[in-house]
Design a binder for this molecule. Structure first.
Ligand SMILES: Cc1ncc(COP(=O)(O)O)c(C=O)c1O
Length: 380
């Protein structure tokens, strides 16, 4: 059997990793400014994470959600403390799309409505309603195009208010830093007015923190820069450093009903053990603060180099913490490919012209400098 060939691949097989480095099957080392698409939070093969996963799978990898699982409670408690949402409730699933799917479903159970507002250029996943909320007609199959979603421009509060005031909007779903959309930032005033409009019209505000959350922006959640508390927050990617897991953080105003939500694999013992280890490492190594420090340094240095004319083709640098977009006046394809093939450095990308940096949160200042030197070389 052949694979169903949907991924354009680099001809590289990564075999192992350590911190912010990975090695291919020929022994070539790479600097990882991509983190396997914002997934590696605490660094590749962190010893505490490896030990937690290894010892848990040796005891019990999985049992169903029909029995007590103290690891789920420990994770919920630790996550509430780490992000400051101790009064919220946690529902665990296996991916980002599932997190958004369940958040939207719960919103609809809550207010009985079916309309969703989402942003232009938004990405929320590839399943049923998550893909419908994703502003990319190429990945919305006819069976998913059910007319639930209106897409609106970010930071244009009048456009969002005009829809919310119709009193029929179930939920607003928004990334406070758009990832796939090219590192576009939501403004504080916009989000605060959006939240007020949602509250006034019984619309549920969902912040999709799947890519921008879990410390990446330099605060635990990106919306925490903007002074707003959403009704639900969705997480995945960095939560378990590569083991598939997602979560919905749910405000106390939503009351759980037995059987209304559910999953076979979500919240399994192995994932919980890994996610608890991730929170331990984030705290003990100060990784949220590190993301802020090293990210600010990267953004400031890249911006200064751009302004000094030392980064030809770079026309904008934007982002927060270790979620950075570098926009070029040429397609990213050649510089990104040369970064990998000649400088042995992985980066992400967005649209046609933006290089996206999503490194592990343990990136050091020295590694940031190393990236800048490599980037300068390929642009020279
Ligand atoms: C903001 C955002 N939401 C949702 C998703 C979907 O997550 P998953 O691929 O785990 O389903 C992604 C994935 O890239 C994302 O960046």
């Amino acid at each position: 059997m052949e694979l169903f060939d949907v991924y354009p691949l680099f001809d590289i097989a990564i075999e192992r990793g350590q911190g912010c480095r990975v090695w291919d099957d020929k022994g070539q080392e790479y600097l990882d400014l991509y983190g396997g698409h914002a997934v590696i939070s605490v660094g590749h093969a962190h010893p505490h994470y490896v030990e937690a996963i290894a010892s848990q799978v040796g005891k019990l990898g999985f049992y169903s959600n029909s029995v007590q699982n103290p690891l789920q409670k420990e994770l919920a408690h630790g996550l509430g403390k780490a992000c400051g949402y101790e009064d919220y409730q946690l529902f665990l699933i296996n991916s980002g799309a599932e997190a958004n799917e369940n958040a939207l479903k719960l919103a609809s159970f809550y207010n009985g409505r079916t309309r969703v507002l989402s942003a232009e250029k938004a990405f929320h996943g590839r399943t049923s309603l998550a893909v419908e909320a994703t502003a990319n007609p190429k990945i919305i199959a006819p069976i998913n195009a059910n007319g639930h979603v209106t897409y609106l421009p970010i930071n244009d509060i009048d456009a969002w208010k005009a829809e919310i005031e119709k009193d029929d909007v179930c939920a607003v779903i928004i990334e406070c830093i758009q990832g796939v959309g090219g590192i576009r930032m939501i403004e504080a005033d916009f989000l605060q007015q959006l939240k007020a409009a949602c509250e006034a019209h019984n619309t549920v505000l969902i912040c999709d923190e799947i890519q921008c959350g879990y410390g990446r922006s330099g605060k635990f959640f990106a919306h925490q820069w903007l002074g707003v508390k959403p009704d639900m927050i969705t997480v995945a990617k960095g939560i378990c450093n590569g083991y598939p897991m997602g979560g919905v953080l749910i405000s106390p105003k939503f009351k759980p009903i037995y059987g209304q939500l559910g999953t076979t694999f979500g919240g399994n013992h192995l994932g919980c053990a890994g996610a608890i280890a991730v929170l331990d490492i984030i705290e003990s190594e100060g990784l949220v603060e590190n993301a802020n420090k090293v990210g600010t340094y990267l953004i400031d240095t890249l911006t200064a180099e751009m302004k000094a004319g030392n980064l030809p083709h770079v026309i904008d640098v934007r982002g927060r913490g270790l979620m950075i977009g570098i926009e070029l006046d040429i397609p990213y394809k050649e510089p990104r490919t040369r970064l990998i093939q000649e400088e042995h450095c992985f980066t992400g990308c967005a649209g046609t012209n933006t290089i996206r940096l999503l490194p592990p949160l343990c990136l050091t200042m020295e590694e940031a400098d190393e990236f800048i030197a490599k980037f300068k070389k390929v642009l020279a």
